[in-house]
Design a protein around this ligand. Structure first.
Ligand code: MN
Length: 130
């Protein structure tokens, strides 16, 4: 199995660099985008194995970006995980209903990030989504 590619879409430079560094140390290849539009372009061009999507982005929110990814054949099946500061359970349910494959709550726990990413990749590889 080759190195898995994770696309991080995050407009906060510190969060972006932190996630990138942790994922790189853990053996993932990474792509970075600071806007939803840039993320969608990179996703279409590179077909990453997983996308980590911030919800509050400068050009459109993460839900709108997810909808655009799902509409385009090249990116429709890529698992997308919301990265959100929203702590309320209702919001997390809303994200899953919107079609995200999962969510990570900020601040991201760097000790468990690798295992969480592995879980998302594994779940996405199972046809029944369990
Ligand atoms: Mn943001």
């Amino acid at each position: 199995m080759g190195e898995e590619v994770i696309l991080i879409v995050e407009d906060n430079e510190k969060n972006l660099e932190l996630m990138r560094d942790v994922l790189a140390i853990k053996g993932f290849a990474t792509l970075k985008a600071r806007t939803a539009g840039e993320g969608i372009s990179l996703a279409r061009a590179h077909r990453p194995d997983l996308i980590l999507m911030d919800i509050r982005l400068p050009d459109m929110d993460g839900l709108a970006a997810l909808a655009q990814l799902r509409e385009h054949a090249a990116t429709a099946d890529i698992p997308v995980v919301a990265v959100t500061a929203y702590a309320m359970a209702g919001d997390q349910e809303r994200l899953l209903k919107a079609g995200f494959n999962g969510y990570l709550v900020k601040p991201v726990d760097i000790k468990t990030l690798r295992d969480q990413i592995r879980e998302f990749l594994l779940a996405a590889s199972r046809p029944d989504g369990t």
